[in-house]
Design a binder for this molecule. Structure first.
Ligand code: GTP
Length: 254
């Protein structure tokens, strides 16, 4: 395997969960969790952190952010970017990009349907070829436009599998980190016919089991009493583990 880069999350614990340095290029990671856990916050944080200069151990790169739900908030990115810039300055790092430059290095796409989403992902390889500084693709969320009932569920599966394959190829061939968020859905296990005693409901990532096989790394965010926790539940090379993280005014932190 050739040398990969890593993008810090700004949480040492979360970076540790992902193998030490954060999100690796060449890999596809899915971050799942119920509303409000901070999936979009992680996405925005990585878009800022991918730009950390190499003098500070960063990747000095650019990002693609694909927004399917309209949850990207520029003011929040400015907050996160300002905090990151202050930290870099306090470590005497030279050539810290301005907020304006940082925003211009986040290539933002809004997709309004699963058709737009698939079309955009199909065009990404070409886009990356003409933007070699891009080291990160965030898709927030992968599931939103695929959760409605499809008339043809077979077609839905084919589209999802095709998307997963493309994202893996982009990660590997273009040496980018792919980070996608996913919602949780309730799975009811029925005991006997109909709803009744003994039935159990569990929260599982949306899009079903075949999608679950498609991603390389899977992280699930959840509450542990009043603390936020992230669990690595699937990875080809990293051990399953759970760590705590926080969302502060400055962004993702320990
Ligand atoms: P959905 O998009 O609803 O599925 O949720 P999500 O998991 O993407 O959550 P999102 O990233 O939108 O995170 C929202 C959470 O981040 C909120 O519950 C807040 O606790 C936290 N948050 C957002 N902005 C701030 C902030 O400025 N300060 C602090 N302390 N927390 C914030």
């Amino acid at each position: 395997e050739r040398a990969r880069h890593a993008i810090t999350s700004s949480s040492h614990a979360f970076d540790g969960l992902m193998g030490g340095a954060g999100m690796r290029t060449g890999r596809v990671t899915e971050i799942c969790g119920p509303p409000g856990m901070g999936k979009t916050q992680f996405g925005m944080q990585f878009c800022v952190n991918v730009q950390i200069p190499s003098a500070a151990g960063g990747v000095d790169g650019e990002a693609v952010f694909i927004d399917t739900e309209g949850s990207f908030i520029v003011d929040r990115v400015v907050e996160i970017a300002s905090a990151t810039r202050e930290e870099l300055h306090s470590h005497q790092i030279q050539e810290v990009p301005t907020i304006e430059t940082m925003l211009s290095r986040i290539h933002f796409f809004r997709v309004h349907s699963h058709v737009e989403q698939v079309a955009l992902i199909n065009q990404l390889d070409e886009f990356l070829a003409s933007h070699p500084k891009i080291k990160l693709i965030v898709i927030d969320s992968i599931a939103f436009h695929f959760r409605q009932k499809f008339a043809d569920m077979g077609q839905r599966t084919r589209l999802l599998n095709g998307m997963a394959q493309r994202l893996r190829a982009l990660a590997e061939n273009r040496d980018v980190a792919v980070v996608m968020t996913n919602q949780m859905t309730t799975r009811i296990r029925r005991v006997g016919a109909g709803l009744g005693d003994g039935d159990s409901a569990t929260l599982v990532p949306a899009l079903g089991d075949s999608w679950g096989h498609a991603c390389t790394n899977r992280v699930i965010l959840s509450w542990q009493d009043d603390a936020r926790q992230a669990s690595l539940v699937k990875s080809p090379n990293l051990p399953e583990a759970t760590v705590l993280y926080a969302i502060t005014a400055d962004g993702v932190r320990d």
